[in-house]
Design a protein around this ligand. Structure first.
Ligand code: PLP
Length: 394
């Protein structure tokens, strides 16, 4: 065969983070058969779905088996019943949205990857370190990437700077994966004001929004005045309601968002209608249930379980006086590797000396080198045991 491929794919680095982690664990286990390894690298939820969600799934699945209630293709942008549930949820944060601004998806990752379809060749600004999807999806479409650097000085929460060119696309992730940091109202307002002034668009990933429990932090960028004129918000039921296996999320593109005489909302509608056929009816009913009052209570119970793990882990880093971020409004804790170890050196050190596994910060960008991410998605028992082991080796 001699067909041309998309040569932008040559720009991507090997996606080796988790395969390399598993390789090192398996090597170690090969030599230490009885090792009781505790995984604090898990980026996936572990608690089962709530009863409300399961009831809704079962009911909707049964409807699909009866002539009177069977449904075929769902609307490409989502059923109104779930979009209305999203609107009601946002009212809790005093955000009023138009029904048409909400697009139901099969998860945040798809929309974060696909959103590049509707934009031309603009300067792109991506935090470093951060969730790798923003970078890779822009590289695949041949974009030039600039970084907004996270470091200890800014607590891994970079703010706008004068080097950001006008009319850029800026990615923000709050609460952040991997650093666990979240922008407070004041900081997010700086970004919104900046974007409004220099004609930029913010793509705001709020996948971990449900972990915010502190009133100083916004749940949505639209809590900030003016954001509807400069921001797209992409959210997910994955971490909020444990939908990583069910798959559902949503993207908000306000009707106010315009560029070069184009409504961004209309472009996304066109894109979705062409390339996406909607989310299955039972899953959308499950998402609606997750946003009901009782559904939210069940979700919060699970989130509180993870949050307690995060709190216990944070205490250890306070006690040891080790620099860290996250743990408060996030399932992630991001800390500095001791003794100037690189993040992979520290990975091996922890595996060999404590039989604890986490994720090397270098996997999230060059500025993650020398840092390490651990998560709160394991059980209380395993997390406590891991803390005891970490206490001895840190
Ligand atoms: N955004 C961030 C920051 C994430 O960490 C993840 C998943 O880990 C996602 C988006 C993907 O979410 P979804 O499961 O909805 O595709």
């Amino acid at each position: 065969m001699n067909i041309k491929i998309n040569s932008n794919f040559d720009q991507l680095s090997e996606n080796y983070l988790f395969s390399e982690i598993n390789k090192r664990i398996n090597n170690y286990k090969g030599k230490n058969k009885d090792a009781d390894i505790i995984k604090l690298g898990i980026g996936d939820v572990t608690l089962p779905l709530g009863k409300k969600v399961i009831d809704a799934l079962l009911k909707a699945s049964n409807e699909m088996g009866k002539k009177d209630t069977f449904r075929g293709y769902p609307p490409e942008y989502g059923y109104d019943f779930v979009k209305e549930a999203v609107l009601k949820y946002y009212k809790k944060f005093n955000v009023n949205l138009d029904l048409e601004s909400v697009f139901i998806s099969d998860g945040a990752k798809s929309d974060l990857g696909n959103i590049v379809d509707i934009f031309g060749d603009n300067p792109i600004y991506i935090p470093n370190p951060v969730y790798p999807v923003y970078l890779d999806s822009n590289l695949m479409s041949g974009r030039n990437i600039n970084y907004i650097i996270g470091n200890e000085k800014n607590n891994f929460l970079p703010l706008p700077n004068d080097e950001i060119k006008p009319n850029s696309i800026i990615y923000l992730c709050s609460p952040n994966n991997p650093t666990g940091g979240a922008y407070n109202y004041k900081e997010l307002k700086e970004w919104v004001d900046f974007a409004l002034n220099n004609g930029s668009l913010i793509i705001y990933d709020s996948a971990y929004e449900a972990f915010i429990f502190n009133n100083d932090y916004p749940h949505s960028i639209y809590e900030i005045e003016g954001a509807k004129k400069c921001a797209i918000e992409i959210c997910s039921f994955s971490k909020q309601a444990g939908f990583t296996g069910l798959r559902c999320g949503f993207t908000i593109i306000p009707l106010e968002l315009e560029s070069q005489n184009h409504k961004i909302n209309k472009l996304w509608k066109r894109r979705q209608a062409t390339k996406f056929n909607g989310v299955s009816y039972p899953v959308q009913r499950a998402a609606e249930a997750a946003l009901s009052d009782d559904g939210i209570k069940e979700c919060i119970e699970n989130i509180n379980y993870y949050r307690e793990n995060a709190r216990m882990l944070s205490e250890l880093f306070d006690e040891k006086n080790i620099f860290y971020t996250g743990g408060l409004n996030s399932p992630y804790i991001w800390f500095k590797c001791p003794n100037k170890m690189t993040s992979w050196e520290f990975f091996d050190y922890l595996l060999e000396n404590a039989n604890v596994v986490g994720t090397p910060g270098a996997g999230f960008g060059t500025f993650g080198e020398g840092y390490f991410r651990i998560t709160s998605f394991n059980t209380h028992e395993k997390t406590k045991e891991a803390i005891e082991r970490l206490r001895k080796v840190l």
